[in-house]
Write a protein that binds this ligand. Sequence first.
Ligand code: ZN
Length: 150
Amino acid sequence: MSEYHELYQQVIVDHGRRPRNFCVCEGANRHQRGVNPMCGDQLTVHVREAEGIIEAASFQGEGCAISMASASLMTEAVSGMHIDKAQALSNQVKTLVKGEPQTGLGKLAALAGVCEYPSRVKCATLAWHALEAALANHDGAVSTEGEQHA
Ligand code: ZN
């Protein structure tokens, strides 16, 4: 457990302070906003998808360190992934943060530490729920920003 704890601290603090892919990725064609009213986290996930592959993923938003870190880790993890695989990964992460260990998650394993703080589980899963919704939306983007890229 202490090993997890250390990893949790390092990765969450690092990504929470300096989120990766904090932008609208070029050519993004799927957008999904997600909110976690319990904590005040809100973010929008941007994905550039082509032929079932997530070519790029990014996010923007604001919230607690856990929500930002999880979103940052998510964008790194799913870039280049097939949609089906990303959805399976999302399921794994959601299981992980409920306290069931998962294998093959790499840096995402750090999110296991969240299970010690049940009230933060929704912070950790917010970006993943948004990603899933973005990927399920085949009929064009849902943009909350009021502008569509042609
Ligand atoms: Zn939060």
